[in-house]
Design a protein around this ligand. Structure first.
Ligand code: HEC
Length: 151
């Protein structure tokens, strides 16, 4: 299982040149999503598995804990994480959630039924980006969703 999960490729992106997807990508940067959903990293050179060394990867996550506010809190401390802290989930492959899972439930407890709902639940450190999304023109919000669906 460890070998499988370490070596399973990320799905290729779809529709990445479509104007709406490109416009959504711009929104993703401008609304501040990237302050936690860090687009890309280069892996270290000295990995035990050579195939994973010095690779440009696009996980859209900083892999860090963030206080996401009362709305998402479950009040349970788990390891380092307080009851309102969650780790930024990588967004690569998120556009294929329904294909892979047969459902499209998002966030740590699956409460969000759509990507819009997942964004609108962001509070705490994510409140500003959430408010920018909520206050954006419908066309910009739709484009952002199309971008997420292309990942
Ligand atoms: C302060 C850091 C932060 C910012 C800024 C942020 N996010 Fe998130 N995001 C998170 C965390 C942490 C979670 C997980 C929350 C949970 O599971 O309850 C999350 C979850 C998500 C999810 C659900 C992923 C899944 O697999 O269930 C989506 C989609 C998402 N964010 C998109 C966005 C978009 C779009 C923006 C910009 C409008 C944004 N986020 C801004 C930290 C952030």
């Amino acid at each position: 299982v460890t070998f499988y999960s370490q070596n399973l490729a990320v799905p290729a992106r779809r529709d990445l040149d479509k104007p709406e997807v490109l416009s959504g990508k711009k929104q993703f940067y401008e609304m501040g999503c990237i302050s936690c959903h860090t687009p890309k990293f280069v892996t270290m050179r000295g990995t035990p598995n050579k195939a994973q060394a010095f690779q440009l990867i696009w996980p859209y996550s900083d892999f860090l804990l963030h206080d996401m506010g009362e709305g998402l809190a479950d009040g349970q401390r788990v390891g380092e994480a307080s009851g309102s802290e969650w780790r930024t989930p990588p967004l690569w492959g998120i556009g294929l959630t329904a294909t892979v899972n047969g459902n499209s439930f998002y966030l740590h407890d699956g409460r969000a039924r759509t990507l819009e709902e997942a964004i609108l639940w962001h509070g705490g450190e994510g409140q500003k980006a959430r408010d920018r999304f909520a206050g954006a023109a419908a066309a910009d919000r739709n484009a952002l969703i199309k971008f997420l669906e292309s990942l």
